[in-house]
Design a protein around this ligand. Sequence first.
Ligand code: C5P
Length: 223
Amino acid sequence: RKNLVIAIDGYSSCGKSTLAKALAKKLGFIYVDSGAMYRAVTLYFLRNHVDISNDEKVTNALQDIELNFHSRDYESHITLNGEEVSDEIRLMPVSENVSEVSAHKIVRHEMVKQQQRMGKSKNIVMDGRDIGTTVFPDAPLKFFMTADPKIRAERRFKELESKGNNEITLEEVFENLAHRDYADTTRKESPLIRAEDAIILDNTDLTQKEQLDFAMEKVEPLL
Ligand code: C5P
């Protein structure tokens, strides 16, 4: 049979990647973190002072970027022109600029093209903002995840803290999430919106295991 694509979209820091990784691991599928691609492009643009108001510069910069995923036990590792940048793309300079870069039409066009290529013949779980609406509108299974913003900020704060990041306050994390939610849902190019056929998963009060069980119940009939 044809390959299976599972699309997971939703707000920032609501556990998309945790669920996507768990599903991929359980199913033996490839996990693709589309947000990491936008983050890596943002990192490149910051380092190279790419002027995003200049379309030609953006186009040229994109041609100089090669992104690759390396999966280690279903943790997503991404390289930018061969350099491992998985940790750096999670830090604040990138988080504060990624919404602006990812709203760029030329950037989105290129990322979507690369993402569609990855899902062409393989079984994948991809998470992001526009996977069920734009990248794989025909995906047979789509989830739309959401959770209380305060809970999301607390989860992300703990995650940053556990990685030794203690310069940032809970309030700053909350502000960044609120800003990204707003930017992602109101942008012109493929805004974050639930695909009509996406299953809503509000995980405010759900454990990771409960979320995986819920998702697996929807996957099983398709296997
Ligand atoms: O998923 P993550 O929070 O790491 O994504 C970082 C940012 O990348 C999001 O806030 C959003 O602006 C952008 N993004 C996007 N489309 C995707 C995935 C991420 O615009 N498919």
